[in-house]
Design a protein around this ligand. Structure first.
Ligand SMILES: NC(=O)c1ccc[n+]([C@@H]2O[C@H](COP(=O)([O-])OP(=O)(O)OC[C@H]3O[C@@H](n4cnc5c(N)ncnc54)[C@H](O)[C@@H]3O)[C@@H](O)[C@H]2O)c1
Length: 284
């Protein structure tokens, strides 16, 4: 079989070649070229194989999404392949997978650098999605306004020094995750202003519990609590990566050309359950 790939086709850059990211890419990448970035060579190899067997044009790159230089190199490689129309960032680690500092470095600061790096290279008419989490809505009380402002507008290089991100405040991985995901929702507001100068849009999606390897790690560590939360939610079930991909496809499409700098909660009504007193959150 001879596959004919034109040069300089539109680029879809996916950082984090995991379940949700792949479900999104499979919906939008036909006729385009996909650049996959992930820290795991195993994840890259299996994602590449999956896409290539379905006829997609794919290039892979080992990227550490918690490292500024690595993220910028990924963005540079994307521009070499062609006009960057789509950037999807699903690289992340969950509370039971790692320590608070790693979560802050990856889910919060790394995501901020990725928004900056791709804000410099997006093609006119392009769009991006950063996967946040419903946990961004789970703070027991709203963050003080000055903390929200700092998380929104502080230069990415200075985020690590913010008082609200120091170890005495971020006491465990659960707190680090919630803060990071809230920061994701806030930082697309800042990013939208930069991306807008290039005629591109950027939004977050905040998923509820979606069955992926990452979610399995959380189930295995806190199964009973998870089960109760799922039963309390409006839809009383977990989600599937395809349901996140459906929302992402909309936000990336020409149906959403006036939507930027905002968050779409896709959680089967989990936050609805919490905000109406049907479930009480405990951060651990
Ligand atoms: N699954 C859920 O229930 C759920 C819910 C809300 C939010 N999220 C968020 O969705 C995103 C995607 O997660 P998923 O559920 O598809 O999980 P996944 O495990 O399938 O995908 C995550 C990918 O990120 C990669 N990754 C991890 N650290 C990295 C690093 N330093 N550099 C580059 N890549 C790295 C992993 O190798 C993996 O391929 C994450 O940010 C997660 O926090 C997941």
């Amino acid at each position: 079989m001879i596959l004919n790939y034109n040069n300089k086709r539109e680029v879809v850059a996916l950082l984090g070649a995991g379940s949700m990211g792949m479900a999104i890419v499979e919906r939008i990448a036909a006729s385009r070229i996909v650049l996959l970035g992930d820290i795991s060579e195993k994840a890259l190899a299996s994602a590449r194989e999956k896409l290539e067997y379905s006829g997609y044009a794919v290039e892979t790159m080992k990227v550490d999404a918690s490292n500024k230089d690595s993220i910028y190199a990924f963005a540079r490689r994307a521009t070499e392949l062609g006009p960057v129309m789509y950037f999807i960032n699903t690289a992340g680690a969950s509370p039971h997978q790692t320590n608070p500092q790693h979560i802050l470095n990856l889910d919060l600061i790394g995501s901020a650098y990725a928004l900056d790096a791709f804000g410099d290279v997006m093609a006119r008419g392009g769009a991006g999605i950063l996967i946040s989490s419903m946990t961004g809505y789970m703070l027991p009380e709203p963050l003080p306004q000055e903390v929200e402002d700092a998380l929104t507008i502080t230069d990415s290089d200075k985020l690590a020094a913010l008082p609200c991100l120091q170890p005495d405040v971020v006491s465990n991985s659960g707190v680090a995750y919630v803060l990071s995901k809230r920061a994701n929702q806030l930082r697309v507001r800042k990013a939208a202003m930069d991306w807008g100068k290039r005629g591109a849009r950027i939004n977050t999606i905040s998923p509820g519990i979606v069955v992926t390897p990452l979610a399995y790690d959380e189930f295995n560590a806190a199964g009973e609590g998870y089960q109760k939360m799922i039963e309390a939610s409006a839809m009383q079930r977990v989600g599937n990566p395809a349901e996140i991909a459906a929302a992402a496809t909309f936000l990336l499409s020409d149906q959403a050309t006036f939507i930027t700098g905002t968050d779409l909660l896709v959680d089967g009504g989990m936050i609805a359950a919490i905000k109406t007193g049907h479930y009480q959150v405990q951060l651990s």
